[in-house]
Write a protein that binds this ligand. Structure first.
Ligand code: MG
Length: 373
């Protein structure tokens, strides 16, 4: 039984189209399963997280990253007596709206839209996917998810202003999201900060010495590991130290959020919603360590010269294809041409590109624009 401040499935605000209850799964379990069975979820397998497949088949892609975030989220949500089914559904859906080629692809798509006075936002795109683009059910468009899952898609990582986004008014923009949604931004951080150190080290773009010097919290764990396991390989010592960092972040998120719930006198979900800021948080000490890891990754990995060429390719592919379909809308698939009757052409082209996998967009580029590399 979740705590009083958790979301209780029997108090859900429900679905747009009412459905007969399932005999074995509650509504949040069904939503979690609907996300897993969505086409957009399967496409995450071929969307870049940080490293493309050119590096290695055993690095994270957006699907395996998502599964890792779901794992962390289940543990944290359960320890906080939150609604684990809802938290898991939100973790599984959190990256559904990402375009191909990771951050570079998103930046290029947003820039292309801005030249038409519009913009691209992956959370809003994820909402369009689950509300409209996924067509699996005879009785409704989209996945007909519960209010709480849709709200979490929008509000897990940032606050949207009701003035700028009147279309989101139903999502209680003046209130904080439930703790289940607040967690996702932080479990996402735990997931990718540790995973990117791991993959960056495996890819030989980050050296052990560099990480030890640049990430003090890693260095502390590494020294302990060296004492405990002096004879094992540096890679295993690295793994053990990274595990220490991972665990420190997750445990701190649990204990500090617990403490904040108590200090703020939070008892009910309404208390969480009405509180002036988000309750889920790392302690100041661990927050500073998280920041150090992130800064280190920006300085040494995300903007490293080794990844620059691929990023340039990604930006060029997205930018050129966007321009191509703007000039040649008759080259779009029939269903997208039809959508252009109801929506602006840039939005339709953006939707088409955002849904693509890395593989598919490269294929399209080679078909319409020439050699991708
Ligand atoms: Mg993520």
């Amino acid at each position: 039984m979740p705590a009083g401040y958790a979301v209780h499935v029997e108090h859900s605000r429900g679905r747009r189209v009412p459905e007969i209850p399932h005999p074995y799964r509650n509504d949040f379990q069904r939503d979690r399963d609907r996300v897993i069975h969505a086409r957009a979820f399967r496409r995450l397998e071929d969307k870049t997280q940080v490293f493309t497949r050119r590096y290695s088949d055993h690095f994270r892609n957006r699907l395996t990253h998502t599964i890792e975030v779901a794992q962390i989220t289940r543990t944290v949500a359960a320890a906080l007596d939150l609604n684990v089914d809802l938290a898991e559904a939100l973790a599984l859906v959190h990256d559904l709206g990402h375009p191909p080629f990771g951050h570079a692809g998103e930046k290029a798509l947003d820039a292309a839209m801005r030249s038409h006075g519009l913009f691209f936002d992956h959370n809003l795109h994820a909402l369009r996917i689950v509300e409209d683009f996924e067509q699996r059910y005879a009785a409704f468009r989209g996945l007909n998810l519960t209010f709480e899952v849709r709200e979490g898609i929008i509000k897990h990582s940032r606050d949207y202003d009701a003035g700028t986004h009147p279309e989101l008014a139903e999502y209680l923009l003046d209130q904080r999201p439930p703790l289940e949604a607040q967690l996702i931004d932080l479990t996402d951080e735990i997931g990718y900060n540790t995973a990117d150190l791991d993959d960056g080290y495996e890819a030989h773009l980050l050296t052990l010495d560099q990480i030890r010097a640049g990430v003090p919290v890693f260095e502390r764990f590494f020294r302990e590991v060296e004492q405990a396991y002096p004879k094992v390989s540096p890679k295993l010592q690295f793994n053990e130290a990274l595990k220490g960092v991972f665990n420190r972040l997750a445990v701190d998120l649990i204990t500090n959020t617990q403490a904040r719930v108590q200090q703020s006198g939070i008892r009910t979900l309404s208390d969480v919603r009405a509180h002036q800021d988000r309750i889920a948080a790392f302690s100041p000490e661990v927050e500073a360590e998280r920041r150090q890891i992130k800064d280190f990754l920006y300085q040494n990995l995300y903007y490293s010269p080794s990844l620059a060429e691929e990023k340039d390719d990604a930006e060029r592919i997205v930018t050129d294809l966007f321009a191509f379909w703007m000039q040649n809308p008759s080259a779009l698939p029939q269903q997208y041409q039809e959508k252009a009757d109801q929506e602006s052409l840039p939005r339709v082209v953006c939707d088409y590109i955002a849904g693509m996998t890395d593989h598919f967009i490269i294929e399209q580029y080679e078909k319409h624009c020439g050699s991708a590399r």
